[in-house]
Structure formats: C-alpha cells, structure tokens
Design a protein around this ligand. Sequence first.
Ligand SMILES: [Mg+2]
Length: 132
Amino acid sequence: MAINVLIVDDSSVMRAMILKTLRISGLPLGETHQAGNGEEGLDALNRHWIDLVIVDINMPVMNGEAMIDSMRDNYNMKDIPLIVVSTEGSESRIERLLHKGARFIHKPFSPEIVRDTVKDIIDVGVGDERKA
Ligand SMILES: [Mg+2]
C-alpha cells in the first residue's frame, strides 16, 4: 500500500528534508503534499486523500497543535495518523500531544527514527528488512 503523506511545516527547507528522509527510508510513498501552516494543512486534508500527517508545532497563522485539535473535531480527519516533528522542549505540551494520539519526533531527527515511527503506526505492507 502506497501511503499519501502531508508534510506541514513553515520551513520549506525542513519540509524538503522530511520528504527526502521519507524517500530514502524505503517506505512506499504515494502522493506527497506540503503545507506551510495549520490552515493550509487542513485545506490540503479537505482536498486530498491523506494516510499520514507529519506536522510541525511552531508555525504562523495556525500552529500544529491547533491543527491537530481541528482534525480531531472533524469526522473525516480524526483518525488520520499523526507524527509531530518539532524542536518543542515543553514536556507538558509533548504529553498533551501524545494524549491526542500523535507520535512525537524531536528535531533534528534520523531517517531511522522517522521510518520506524511510520512503520509503527501504519501498516506499510512491505517486507521488514530488519533482521528478526
Ligand atoms: Mg516551525
């Protein structure tokens, strides 16, 4: 199953880095979409079929936490798997995001942690190349 991914981050450099990381991770990527803030992210979710959202926290217009809250209030978006990728250091905020069902990855991140986190929350349907 190819997974359609939406990457939401106000830094285009970071979006490109996340996309590159996904590409080299060997995950079966379908369509990829990008948005620069939460509002644009919700707009993309309304227009495209998305299997996974990777979202920053600190962004202008609408931050990642507000976007996640809107998704959770929307019947069509509430079950979409979420990974927050952020420099966020506040334990209480991270705790809150985890309670909302998001996974959390700290920036800077390794390709392995991204790949393993995606595999953990989505049935990507590829052979597991890790040795058993
Ligand atoms: Mg940011």
